[in-house]
Write a protein that binds this ligand. Structure first.
Ligand code: NAI
Ligand code: ISE
Length: 337
């Protein structure tokens, strides 16, 4: 059976996911699209030669679209209402991060999903699907570097637009690390602190950049993440796990090493779309396969809530300058299988 998919929000990642469903993945086709900017939806439809209907809004797409599953790839603030509408209609839904912009919003989704009686939601946390992070996890789980004691990480973007403000360094950017480190370490956070180094001259007035976020886990592992979203030189994700007996580093993306003009060098990627292109393919194929099998196994609404609760504490720490506690509620049995 070919799954019929509807896409809500056809901007950067909505268009890219539509492309991969159409040209790279198997078992699904996009038959419905919507965007508040209808021209953008028309553009995506035309550029990919889709046989798809464009709906007035996300609610109409969910209600009338005759789709088996929905992709929510609109702006973060709109995710909660579309995910709730999809659950209400009994449809599977792949929602890009953040699941909701607040922990309360994520909890509303969890309540609705549990009331529906089965997992219908997968959150777009793609790093656990990345081959490099999988190698790091294997190094930790196999005991190859002993118990993990520290993580030093960096999340660098070349630049951000004017609408990107200080808390977005957490909700929009660090949120990937907040998700992937819980998975890597099989541990939960207990506290967060944020410090601000000297500000880059390339950062606009509404964003403090760079920032250093420090986390502590229940087992006592200490994590520091540099979030630097105007680093100029490229899109660069670093992660180094220091264990009792060794250090494991996230592999660099494969790149040609070139000798030219008295220089030995390798290109650095500049766009998140390219840096994680394979992980996005694998996560979305996993969602399609899960829907086909009637059982989702990828990042769940619980992962969405855990990231939101931790993110809220980090934003509080940005504002207070203090070490803020992170209190995650107990995970329901529903999200353990
Ligand atoms: P974007 O601004 O390029 O695209 C968002 C699109 O949603 C726009 O075309 C906008 O018109 C549309 N939109 C906004 N409100 C809408 C509504 N109520 N109904 C229908 N369409 C609506 O943004 P981008 O970069 O594509 O981000 C979208 C989401 O994906 C965000 O939540 C972002 O955090 C997430 N994202 C995830 C990434 C990842 O690595 N997993 C990478 C980039 C984005
Ligand atoms: C963007 O929304 C993403 O999710 C990217 O993965 C991240 O690196 C970037 O900072 C966000 O703005």
């Amino acid at each position: 059976m070919t799954l019929k998919i509807g896409v809500i929000g056809t901007g950067a990642i909505g268009a890219d996911h539509t492309r991969r469903i159409t040209n790279a993945l198997t078992g699904a086709e996009v038959i419905a699209l919507t965007d508040v900017n209808q021209e953008q939806a028309e553009k995506v439809k035309k550029s990919l030669g889709l046989n798809a209907t464009i709906y007035k809004d996300g609610h109409e797409l969910i209600e009338k679209g005759d789709v088996d599953a929905v992709l929510v790839t609109s702006w973060g603030g709109t995710h909660e209402e579309y995910v709730l509408a999809a659950i209400k209609a009994g449809k599977y839904v792949f929602c890009e991060k953040p699941l909701a912009t607040t922990a309360r919003g994520c909890q509303n989704i969890i309540d609705a999903e549990m009331a529906a009686g089965k997992r219908l939601v997968q959150v777009g946390f793609m790093r656990p699907y990345d081959s490099g992070y999988k190698m790091l996890k294997q190094a930790i789980d196999s005991g190859a570097i002993g118990e993990p004691l520290m993580i030093h990480a960096a999340h660098r973007n070349p630049s951000v637009p004017e609408m990107y403000i200080t808390p977005m360094a957490i909700h929009d950017t660090l949120i990937h690390e907040l998700d992937v480190f819980r998975w890597l370490l099989d541990d939960e956070y207990v506290s967060a602190q944020v410090v601000f180094p000297r500000k880059s001259k390339y950062a606009h007035s509404k964003v403090a950049d760079p920032q250093i976020v420090m986390l502590e886990t229940k087992k006592g592992t200490r994590i520091d993440v540099e979030v630097f979203v105007n680093c100029q030189y490229g899109y660069d994700i670093q992660c180094s796990v220091v264990g009792e007996e060794g250090v494991a580093n996230l592999p660099e993306p494969q790149a040609l090493s070139m000798r030219k003009n008295a220089n030995l060098g390798q290109a650095i990627l500049t766009d998140w779309k390219d840096r994680f292109i394979e992980s996005y393919d694998v996560e979305l194929q996993d969602f399609i396969n899960g829907v086909q099998a009637g059982k989702l196994t990828g990042p769940s609404s619980w992962n969405g809530l855990a990231a939101a609760v931790s993110g809220d504490a980090c934003v509080k720490a940005q504002e207070s300058g203090l070490i803020e506690p992170i209190n995650l509620p107990n995970r329901p049995e529903f999200y353990r299988s």
